[in-house]
Ligand binder design. Structure first.
Ligand SMILES: [Ca+2]
Length: 142
């Protein structure tokens, strides 16, 4: 387990970078799809959420978030989801969490392969490439 400090902008920037985000979502999908048929069941998804990014507890709020995200990303009638739907699902979850976090960095306990770690790594990569062009005074607008 790793403790991250992140705010909403870290997550939003990551989601905005369609290529990086899409690749990470695809990798995560492959990992979860243990039988390799290109589909995930609702149970597999549920497990992935409780076991990694939402370690805290399986409270009603998490259930609600999970259900709403699934509805919006177009779960089909058989209760399975394809890679494209999974990407939408992950996006919904991360957007909801970003809204919950807001602009003040919070500590979050995540597993080593969490997409939130990818988001932080993504942010570091971006700041490295634009280092010379930016003034890092705290409180400056992005
Ligand atoms: Ca499968």
């Amino acid at each position: 387990m790793t403790v991250l400090f992140l705010n909403d902008q870290t997550i939003l920037d990551f989601i905005d970078d369609g290529e990086a985000f899409g690749q990470c979502a695809a990798e995560r999908f492959q990992k979860l799809d243990v039988d390799g048929d290109g589909l995930l069941s609702r149970d597999q998804l549920r497990w992935s959420c409780t076991a990694s990014d939402h370690e805290r507890d399986a409270d009603e709020g998490a259930d609600e978030l999970f259900g709403a995200a699934l509805d919006r990303c177009g779960e089909d009638k058989d209760g399975v989801i394809d890679p494209e739907g999974f990407k939408g699902f992950v996006k919904e979850i991360m957007l909801a969490l970003a809204r919950g976090i807001g602009g003040v960095p919070v500590a979050m306990v995540v597993q080593e392969d969490s997409l939130f770690i990818k988001a932080v790594e993504h942010e570091l990569e971006q700041s490295n490439t634009t280092f010379s062009a930016r003034d890092f005074s705290p409180g400056d607008p992005p």
